[in-house]
Ligand binder design. Structure first.
Ligand SMILES: Cc1cc2nc3c(=O)[nH]c(=O)nc-3n(C[C@H](O)[C@H](O)[C@H](O)COP(=O)(O)OP(=O)(O)OC[C@H]3O[C@@H](n4cnc5c(N)ncnc54)[C@H](O)[C@@H]3O)c2cc1C
Length: 367
């Protein structure tokens, strides 16, 4: 690979949270970066995300592949520490706020949950396990919850954050082009390298990888969040996130997460519908979306007084999921590096993945 030029050049495909974060990390490593994306914020999944940081396996997006799970743990802790720093700049839209996870059984009864708690509790700020959290937070007693823990977690206002990432990219001189790339990347690798004068190609195209990486193990998991007002006018503002963790006694569709967004909105989730591509669902035309609202009110009764946001009552998006979980690797015998398939954890893992992408790109360029 050529290393005679002053700056190595990278082409990033995709301008979601993973594409833009990778672009920034490549820029920091000395690459001259171009980003090509079919869609930019706000018309991408990364803006839909509830964007609550969570240690894997997350409530939504259970990892089945142990190798991927181990790597995700490192990626998410790296991201946690970077988000904690970004939270000091209000313009990023990142906040560090308490989250409470509730359980229907003592945590020890679920080996996976118990090990997860033991693993991450010393790596986050303010961890505390205490079943009094159930009554202190006024959770409906009909939920028959038995256990709970809390810690301080990054929560990201993705409207602000994606704009901030875009701004950081343009401020760094990263060139952003809105355009769709069609067909297999491998088949057009030399053409793309010639057109953009690049040494490496980073594929952050999420579900676009079905076509670009010819990866038919990628599939969407449709999700939806009901957005309600949280400005203190009709109910006391909710400033913590609440999640009811998935275990064998609950189904995916029973999951509950309640996440404050910025200063005056609250997101209520969620929906977990594999292989559903249609994003035209709302409170009027789809009962499972209405069920989200009912389930959350039943869980946290003060939400009865919340008004649904008039401008954007529901956010719908397709989590870019992959059967073997995230693909972050160099394609053999090529200049392509893949970074896609983050499912329900793309924001949580973004910085950890992007730093690894930039390190891989450096190795590829110098090899
Ligand atoms: C309801 C919901 C709740 C969620 N909650 C959370 C959460 O709490 N925490 C969390 O961490 N994550 C959450 N997620 C998951 C998160 O949104 C995703 O994992 C993340 O946004 C994926 O980012 P990405 O950059 O990989 O993909 P995307 O945001 O989908 O971006 C992909 C980019 O690739 C471009 N692209 C695709 N194909 C092509 C092509 N052929 N040519 C050119 N460009 C192309 C697109 O235009 C876009 O710019 C949630 C998702 C949903 C739907």
């Amino acid at each position: 690979m050529s290393n005679s030029k002053k700056h190595p050049q990278a082409l990033v495909i995709g301008a979601g949270v993973n594409g833009l974060t990778s672009a920034l990390c490549l820029d920091k490593e000395g690459f001259k970066v171009t980003v090509v994306a079919e869609n930019l914020a706000p018309n991408i999944t990364s803006v839909v995300a509830g964007a609550l940081w969570e240690y894997p396996p997350a409530v939504c997006g259970h990892h089945r592949n142990e190798k991927s799970l181990d790597r995700s743990k490192e990626w998410c802790i790296t991201s946690y520490n970077i988000f904690a720093q970004l939270a000091s700049k209000t313009e990023t839209g990142v906040r560090m706020r308490p989250v409470v996870f509730f359980f229907k059984r003592p945590i020890e009864d679920n080996e996976r949950e118990y090990n997860k708690m033991l693993e991450f509790r010393s790596k986050v700020q303010g961890f505390e396990r205490n079943s009094n959290l159930i009554s202190e937070n006024h959770i409906n007693t009909n939920q028959e919850l038995k256990d709970a823990y809390t810690f301080i977690a990054p929560m990201v206002d993705t409207n602000m954050y994606m704009n901030w990432l875009l701004q950081q990219a343009t401020n760094s001189g990263i060139h952003i082009i809105q355009r769709k790339i069609s067909g297999s990347l491998l088949n057009q690798e030399q053409d793309l390298k010639a057109e953009f004068g690049t040494d490496v190609i980073i594929n952050c195209s999420a579900l676009g990888s079905i076509e670009l990486a010819e990866d038919n193990t990628m599939y969407p998991i449709r999700g939806a969040l009901v957005q309600v007002e949280n400005d203190g006018k009709t109910m006391a503002p909710v400033l913590k996130s609440y999640c009811m963790s998935f275990d064998s006694s609950t189904s995916d569709q029973d999951m509950i997460y309640i996440i404050p967004r910025g200063d005056d909105r609250l997101l209520l989730g969620g929906l977990v519908e594999p292989d559903e591509w249609n994003t035209d669902i709302n409170l009027n035309n789809y009962q499972p979306v209405r069920d989200i609202l009912e389930r959350c009110i039943d869980f946290l009764p003060i939400l009865e007084d919340a008004n649904v946001d008039k401008q954007e009552p529901v956010k719908v998006g397709l989590r870019p999921s992959r059967k073997e979980n995230i693909r972050l690797e160099a394609e053999p015998n090529s200049s392509i590096i893949h970074n896609y398939g983050h499912g329900g954890s793309g924001v949580t893992l973004s910085w950890g993945c992007a730093i690894e992408v930039a390190a891989l790109a450096k190795t590829k360029y110098h090899s």
